[in-house]
Design a protein around this ligand. Structure first.
Ligand code: FUC
Length: 651
């Protein structure tokens, strides 16, 4: 995944020919989805706005100044390799190429519209002189989606050129707000801090300050990023957010800017449903169909098994083979983990058409693979060869390894897969032969084990761990993202999970952005708001760049998504039929309000709290029903809800 190119805009015919700009500011209006730059030269204020329009499928840049005929710009399109650029008319420029020998062909055309002034081509530049305002529209396409990228680009661009800047801007804002405005979050804080530039605000926190306002900003930024990277495209052919979301800027990015299925891709989509951006989740499911198609071939050719399988790395074409070193790549439960997202999405939406048409075939196919792949050992069904993602054990003879049989994570993922597939069959009233086989296999999947030191065990034996602070916490999958372990239903196992987390942290764990926020989500599930908040502070203090992008290092987007998922998890937890309001509220967020979070079972929840206690909540269910509600670890009460009728109660 590479950047297509770079649009260079040289104002005033080069930076050197004018005095340096003063009062320079740039910002992002997250609610409107518009980024802007403002600066002053010779007492004249220049402003640029830009946005990526989903309705018009173009990037739009708009340049204004506070005087007439003041805008002079040179515009160029560039790419270091594999590219041809050409001026294709007075005010249009094209960049085209192929990303290496085997990559996709790409094509982009930009169009310059000047209001007043002139635009002329000089060499490979477009030169704008004495304009009142300038609008640049840029359309791009690759042959991944279109057989005729150039024609598609021109069609998209011509359509966008038929609309004024104001019309496009308005349409963009309306469509962005339709998603962004669904949720709001306020965490009480010193309002004076809102005036600080974000990088300075972050620096304060990195130097030890606590700023709930920045935590809320980070949450909203996460929502903005999910909307920006995961909106379903009109042609139905969208890709999920990769390791860098869609913001990789390098020709040779870290980990090829691909999909990693042993935490990273899944983490990107944890917040989607609870954060009321359900449609963003569907982008993942569309791509899973490609993955499963490739995965059927891998199941057959690699293992001689039915169904489909995927391992720890993938790409837009659904690469599903074991890839990379054995200690990472020989891990067959990547696809099965993704199937958990299908069931979760159904739990939140109760969309039976989705369950039957999209989820069921994928879940069934994943089960079909494992029913043949699992190995019988003393009456149990073991998954392997496999790994507990990327972690090593040490054997009594001192040798170290990663390959293993039946790691706890695989057992947990498969238990969820089989249970959820059986539940889906029940909802859909499907009587499939596979159900009988799943019912027979389910009790034979090894249970969780608590080791001699009280920790939940990662492997079949309590092996020594050469890296006790390892960033993956795979064997706590049952606690989060799954809900197999919880303090109220399985207190002993929950306690054993707590001990794992403590040991990981003692060993220096949580040292990558995504690792810190996975711990935050787990602590939220253990109802430990202070520890969860501590992990979010760790994210901001150690793993966040000045623009609030997460850094592994290097830049990786998962920590942004897992971070805002953790905030949601601290404020609201749900199971079908049951809600827990403010389950893990930290002292530093003692007052605040949230609106629009979604709960499993199809509910929308608004809450306000003060002095660490719920003041008021409003729950609106999509369906009639009786639901259990618990507030901040207190007693459970029952609520009878009528569909679409908000039920408001005081804390
Ligand atoms: C997984 C992690 C690494 C990194 C990589 C992209 O393999 O173990 O820490 O996030 O994905």
């Amino acid at each position: 995944y590479q950047p297509l190119g770079l649009m260079r805009v040289l104002p005033h015919h080069g930076w050197n020919s004018t005095p340096a700009p003063g009062s320079y500011e740039r910002g992002l209006d997250m609610a409107e989805g518009i980024a802007w730059v403002r600066y002053v030269i010779d007492n004249m204020t220049y402003q640029r706005e830009c946005f990526a329009s989903a309705p018009d499928d173009v990037l739009v840049y708009h340049f204004t100044a506070d005087a007439q005929r003041a805008i002079n710009l040179t515009v160029q399109l560039r790419r270091v390799v594999d590219v041809t650029t050409s001026v294709i008319g007075e005010a249009r420029m094209r960049i085209q190429g192929r990303a290496g020998e085997h990559g996709v062909a790409f094509d982009a055309v930009l169009d310059v519209e000047v209001n007043g002034g002139t635009c002329v081509a000089r060499g490979k530049s477009l030169c704008i002189e004495n304009a009142n305002s300038v609008t640049i529209r840029l359309a791009c396409e690759t042959d991944f989606r279109s057989l005729t990228p150039h024609e598609q680009v021109l069609q998209t661009l011509d359509a966008a050129c038929g609309k004024s800047f104001d019309v496009m801007r308005e349409a963009h804002i309306v469509s962005h707000r339709a998603l962004f405005d669904r949720v709001s979050l306020e965490l009480a804080h010193d309002a004076a801090l809102d005036k600080l530039p974000t990088d300075e605000r972050l620096k304060r926190v990195q130097e030890g300050a606590v700023d709930p306002g920045l935590s809320a900003l980070h949450f909203h930024y996460g929502r903005y990023l999910l909307i920006g990277s995961s909106r379903p495209h009109a042609d139905g052919n969208s890709l999920p957010a990769n390791l860098q979301g869609i913001w990789n800027h390098q020709l040779e990015p870290a980990w090829q800017s691909d999909f990693h299925l042993n935490i990273n891709l899944q983490m990107n989509y944890w917040p989607a449903d609870v954060g009321n951006l359900s449609e963003c989740h569907t982008v993942l499911f569309g791509w899973m169909k490609t993955l499963a198609r490739e995965g059927e071939r891998v199941a057959r050719e690699q293992y001689g098994c039915a169904g489909w399988v995927a391992h720890h790395i993938s790409d837009p074409w659904g690469f599903a083979w074991p890839g990379g070193p054995a200690g990472c790549g020989v891990w067959p439960t990547g696809g099965a983990w993704l199937c958990h997202h299908l069931w979760e999405h159904y739990q939140f939406t109760k969309d039976e058409t989705f369950l039957s048409d999209d989820a069921w075939p994928l879940m069934r196919g994943a089960c079909a693979f494992f029913l043949e792949y699992l190995v019988e050992v003393d009456g149990q069904l073991w998954c392997g060869p496999s790994v507990s993602p990327e972690n090593r054990y040490r054997l009594p003879n001192g040798s170290e390894g990663k390959l293993c049989m039946a790691p706890a994570m695989d057992n947990q993922i498969l238990r969820a897969l089989f249970t959820n597939t059986l539940a889906a069959a029940e909802v859909l009233k499907i009587n499939d032969v596979i159900c009988e086989a799943l019912r027979e296999a389910l009790p034979r999947i090894p249970e969780n084990t608590i080791g001699p030191d009280g920790r939940l065990q990662e492997w079949t034996e309590p092996f020594e761990e050469p890296e006790p602070g390892h960033r993956h916490i795979s064997h706590l999958w049952a606690l989060h993202p799954a809900t197999q372990i919880s303090p109220d239903r399985t207190p002993e196992l929950a306690d054993a999970c707590g001990k794992v987390l403590a040991k990981r942290l003692e060993g220096g764990g949580g040292h990558t952005g995504w690792s810190a926020v996975w711990l935050a989500n787990m602590y939220a599930r253990l109802l430990d708001g202070e520890a969860a908040h501590g992990m979010l502070l760790k994210l901001l203090r150690q793993s966040t760049l000045p623009n609030l992008f997460d850094t592994h290092p290097p830049f990786q987007i998962d920590g942004n998504f897992g971070g805002w998922a953790a905030v949601a998890e601290m404020l609201l937890q749900s199971r079908p039929g049951g809600l827990h309001l403010l389950p893990a509220l930290p002292r530093d967020w003692s007052a605040g309000s949230v609106r629009g979070l979604r709960a499993r079972g199809g509910m929308t929840v608004d809450m306000a709290w003060k002095d660490g206690r719920l003041v008021q909540a409003s729950i609106t269910s999509d369906h009639d029903g009786v639901f259990k509600v618990r507030v901040a670890g207190g007693a459970v009460s029952e609520l009878k809800l009528a569909a679409h009728q908000p039920c408001v109660f005081e804390g």
